[in-house]
Write a protein that binds this ligand. Structure first.
Ligand SMILES: C[S@@+](CC[C@H](N)C(=O)[O-])C[C@H]1O[C@@H](n2cnc3c(N)ncnc32)[C@H](O)[C@@H]1O
Length: 301
């Protein structure tokens, strides 16, 4: 069994549930390395159009190379998916049959220590998906007060030591501002060690790094705005599939779909979210926490 960190998660399930037909128009809201995008293009051949968005220029550059052989049917645009309505209008994309959102960061972003997403590699404390944005993770840990820091770590990361970690960050930054991921990881480990924590497989700073990434990129706000705009672009009978890796994101998706169903504007394709099988999880550990929900747009109630 080979392991590929670039392997698109739940690919068969996404394609089966989106049920795209030749010449359909579809949107990949999170192109990443382009694995799902390529499958969408294949399913809509020979003349279907695929609009792909990603807020990360480096990911789009790689995807552009990988998808070059598919020609003009695939159009990739650097934009955050909260702005999908404007991008679709500019690109004259309408009557959309299928939309995919594969949330979070890609393996390429996570593994690049210069991006600062990982607590197990040293690099600048950055975490921006879009380098044009100004707010970085360093700005948050160096500038936010104890209460604001505590809230982020607890609410976005589910961090049980949110308060002590926030206070330790504030004490440390009086002496020297944080610039590197390892500096923050050491402060977090120190808080855990002081409370009797001993080594485990998961680094104690994992939740803190996840929380900061979500705050830097306003992932919750983006998801809400992206879902609402995407829904408006779907034609009647069109479907939207969302893969999430965080329980908070999955809850937002579940509730949004429920709202559409309750007002008679949507139908859920399955009651419970789909998860990856044992074979996929063994091949691709990232798939372990993935949850897929799909909803079909009906005529507006
Ligand atoms: C999990 S990866 C997608 C992987 C992709 N499906 C593939 O097959 O390679 C998530 C991607 O979504 C992008 N992303 C996350 N939030 C975004 C947002 N709000 N708008 C646009 N792109 C976003 C990230 O930059 C990342 O490249």
């Amino acid at each position: 069994m080979t392991t590929s960190p670039d392997e698109p998660v739940l690919l068969q399930e996404v394609m089966m549930l989106l049920a795209l037909r030749p010449d359909d128009t579809c949107i990949d809201m999170t192109v990443g390395l382009g694995g799902h995008t390529a499958a969408l293009a294949l399913a809509t051949a020979p003349d279907g159009r695929v609009l792909g968005l990603d807020r990360d220029a480096a990911a789009l550059a790689l995807a552009t190379k990988r998808l070059a052989s598919l020609g003009g049917r695939v159009r990739l645009v650097q934009a955050s998916f909260a702005h999908v309505a404007e991008v679709a209008a500019q690109e004259n994309v309408r009557d959309v049959a299928g939309i995919l959102m594969d949330l979070g960061v890609s393996s390429m972003q996570f593994d690049d220590h210069e991006r600062g997403f990982s607590c197990t590699q040293d690099g600048p404390l950055d975490m921006r998906m879009d380098a044009r944005q100004t707010l970085t993770a360093a700005d948050i840990v160096n500038g936010w007060d104890v209460d604001a820091l505590t809230n982020v770590l607890r609410d976005l990361g589910g961090e049980p030591m949110a308060g002590p970690i926030a206070r330790a960050c504030v004490r440390r930054r009086v002496k020297a501002l944080f610039t590197q991921t390892y500096e923050l990881a050491r402060v977090v480990s120190g808080v855990y060690y002081a409370r009797g924590w001993r080594r485990s497989k998961v680094h104690p700073a994992t939740r803190v790094f996840q929380a900061l990434r979500m705050a830097v990129n306003d992932e919750a706000g983006e998801l809400r705005a992206g879902l609402a705009s995407a829904w408006q672009l779907l034609k009647e009978g069109g479907r939207i599939a969302v893969i999430s890796f965080h329980s908070g994101d999955d809850k937002v998706v579940k509730e949004y779909f429920k709202e559409q169903c309750l007002r008679g504007a949507g139908t859920l394709l399955q009651r419970k979210p789909l998860t990856a099988g044992a074979v996929e999880c063994a091949r691709n550990p990232r798939a372990r926490s993935a949850k897929l929900r799909v909803c079909q747009r009906e005529g507006d109630a």
